[in-house]
Design a protein around this ligand. Sequence first.
Ligand SMILES: Cc1cc2nc3c(=O)[nH]c(=O)nc-3n(C[C@H](O)[C@H](O)[C@H](O)COP(=O)(O)OP(=O)(O)OC[C@H]3O[C@@H](n4cnc5c(N)ncnc54)[C@H](O)[C@@H]3O)c2cc1C
Length: 238
Amino acid sequence: MKAIIQTSTALTPNVKRFLIETEVPINALPGQFVTLSFPELLDENNRSIARSYSLLNWAANDSQLPVIELCISLNSLGKVTPWLWGLDKPVEIESTEALGTFTLRDYQDSVYDEVSRILFICTGTGIAPFIPMIEHILNNHPQKEVFLYSGNRNFTDELFTDILKLWEVEFPLFTYVPVFSREVSAENYGYVHAFYKEALHMNCHVYVCGWSEMCKEARQHLKAMGLTRKQYFFEQYN
Ligand SMILES: Cc1cc2nc3c(=O)[nH]c(=O)nc-3n(C[C@H](O)[C@H](O)[C@H](O)COP(=O)(O)OP(=O)(O)OC[C@H]3O[C@@H](n4cnc5c(N)ncnc54)[C@H](O)[C@@H]3O)c2cc1C
């Protein structure tokens, strides 16, 4: 369907939030993504280049989204993101419906009663699908412990700090752990994998989102910790 990139605002030096109006409002579950194609950007076969992006917002209670929100990081050597950064007026593109199965298990179902703790592990814009997912759990399953481990290089790369800190105050069972790989003075200095291990236990579910290296490493750690394939779920960005 047709869609129009309306506005973008900087969230960090390298990440922008984009608002996109779709021709028809879409349904979306927390964790889903859209695939956008860009008629102004053609590949070697003269076809529009397409890229996928996780939705920052979602449609509660069977409602529909009039505008979709995305959070995108600039890859200065990439084909699409430098073009997105250069836009100075609304532009028409194409969008799919919300897609993907990286969504929350149905925690209403008694089969998941024993899952007492849910961990979210990400780096960079891998946090995008977790914003609606965590919001959903906090509001609908307040008895579950929720941990978010979010890795970035520098303090200036941290995303959604205000809302995450607010949720920590509002929801006592929510813990936010920002980790920084290039800030020696950080409370949590290093790679994200060094920090979530202590929170893992046999009754937890783990959602992981980010680029392939991070996902690969997380998979190895989770397996080594004895978690089964039914306990962890991945969204890999490439
Ligand atoms: C399901 C899904 C959801 C996604 N959601 C998001 C999202 O919410 N936000 C978002 O920013 N991206 C997201 N992506 C990645 C996005 O689709 C593009 O790959 C990204 O925007 C780069 O596009 P590009 O054309 O500028 O770079 P390309 O020309 O595709 O770049 C080539 C290569 O550079 C590497 N690369 C690019 N950016 C990075 C980076 N930041 N860190 C490490 N390696 C990188 C990758 O190996 C990539 O294959 C998602 C991908 C998938 C599959």
